[in-house]
Design a protein. Structure first.
Length: 226
């Protein structure tokens, strides 16, 4: 019996997904509303962001371990390799983040040891759960990469206003690498995915975007409460 043609409509619609658009719109509004943050508020953002930043290489490693084919493993490994510094630990994204914020006058322990808010814990749990299964993990990965630059740009803009720094190396490395990350996370979607598989990928991406929106809403609530 011939294999039916695979519709790619679900996966193809991801770049214009309404849940993604809601997150991007919220980020723009957050950047406008926050203005110039006092340092005690800025450090709330830095401390909460550190948690998913620290966990992301673990997520990628777990996802590689459940990925069923060499092609997709290769694409995901490229992202992991760059996240961890391309063979130079001092160039790992986490290290650059810490150095960037310390150069802006923040104490390292202020943001690397901040306890996670409830929404941050849910976000990390979402990444952990998604990485136990290839299709949901792929949705989380693609979903992350297509909004990573808007999220980083939002935090970068707020930090520049707060610190007066004109250049943020942590933002620069994302600007340089993110197009490749988007491409690498997209390549597995070009493989044969049936209707059910596409649904799982889209559901994973939508769950991730919703978790990230809750993450930023929680931070905003924390800032306004203090």
């Amino acid at each position: 019996m011939a294999t039916p043609a695979i519709s790619r409509s679900k996966v193809a619609s991801l770049p214009t997904n309404s849940v993604r658009d809601e997150l991007v719109t919220y980020l723009k509004q957050l950047k406008e509303d926050c203005g110039t943050l006092p340092r005690e508020h800025a450090v709330v953002i830095l401390g909460q962001w550190f948690h998913p930043l620290h966990y992301f290489p673990v997520f990628l490693s777990r996802l590689i371990s459940v990925t069923p084919n060499i092609e997709a493993q290769t694409y995901i490994s490229r992202i992991l390799w760059e996240e961890l510094g391309e063979g130079a630990p001092d160039r790992a994204h986490e290290r650059i983040y810490v150095e960037t914020m310390v150069s802006g006058g923040f104490e390292k322990t202020q943001f690397t040891e901040a306890p996670p808010l409830a929404a941050t814990e849910r976000l990390i749990a979402g990444y952990k759960n998604a990485s136990s299964e290839y299709l949901s993990g792929l949705g989380f990965l693609y979903g992350t990469e297509v909004v990573d630059l808007p999220m980083v740009a939002t935090i970068g803009a707020l930090m520049k206003r707060c610190t007066g720094l004109r250049r943020l190396p942590w933002v620069d490395v994302h600007v340089a690498q993110e197009p490749g990350h988007v491409e690498s996370s997209s390549r597995p979607l070009d493989q044969s995915l049936n209707e059910h598989a596409q649904h799982r990928v889209v559901a994973g991406a939508e769950e991730m975007w919703a978790l990230w929106k809750d993450f930023f809403k929680s931070i905003r609530h924390e800032i306004l409460a203090n």
